[in-house]
Ligand binder design. Structure first.
Ligand code: RTP
Ligand code: MG
Length: 139
């Protein structure tokens, strides 16, 4: 079933000029980039986006990291896009990520792990609406 998911290329990856290499991984897996923009997140935006994690011990560090440089926010579309994107991303901790995944190849640490991907179709809809107007998504 065609589906959409929200992806973020994180500051560790934009800093190392890896946007194109990461996008190639998405496209090679059959995901289509149907919206994309480069942003400098504000602290308020990062805290709102990661609101579900606000009780976690890593919340403050994560928000500081996410505003440490530009991000690229994207909508990926394809069959089972949420699960497919998480397969391409690999495990949160790059030490546990499978060969060929984005995090295995590019992540620096469990925090600076190069990409974010929505974890369910329901959250994808909320996260897409957080960054994009409907008119900015061209499927
Ligand atoms: P994401 O939301 O970024 O796609 O990653 P995820 O589902 O694999 O991981 P999640 O548990 O949702 O955590 C969100 C992000 O927080 C950072 N993190 N740091 N220091 C730590 O122990 C720790 N754990 C998680 C990572 O940047 C993770 O992607
Ligand atoms: Mg998550």
């Amino acid at each position: 079933m065609a589906e959409r998911t929200l992806s973020i290329i994180k500051p560790d990856a934009t800093r190392r000029n890896l946007t194109g290499k990461i996008n190639a991984k998405f496209e090679d897996a059959g995901l289509r980039i149907v919206a994309q923009k480069r942003l400098q997140l504000t602290k308020a935006q990062a805290e709102a986006f990661y609101g579900v994690h606000k009780e976690r011990p890593f919340f403050n560090d994560l928000c500081a990291f996410m505003i440490s440089g530009p991000v690229v926010v994207q909508v990926l579309q394809g069959d089972n896009a949420v699960a497919k994107n998480r397969d391409v991303m690999g495990a949160t901790n790059p030490a546990n990520a499978a060969a060929g995944t984005i995090r295995k190849e590019f992540a620096e640490s469990i925090e600076a792990n190069s990409v974010h991907g929505s974890d369910s179709a329901e959250n994808a809809a909320v996260e897409i609406a957080f960054f994009f107007a409907g008119t900015e998504i061209v499927g």
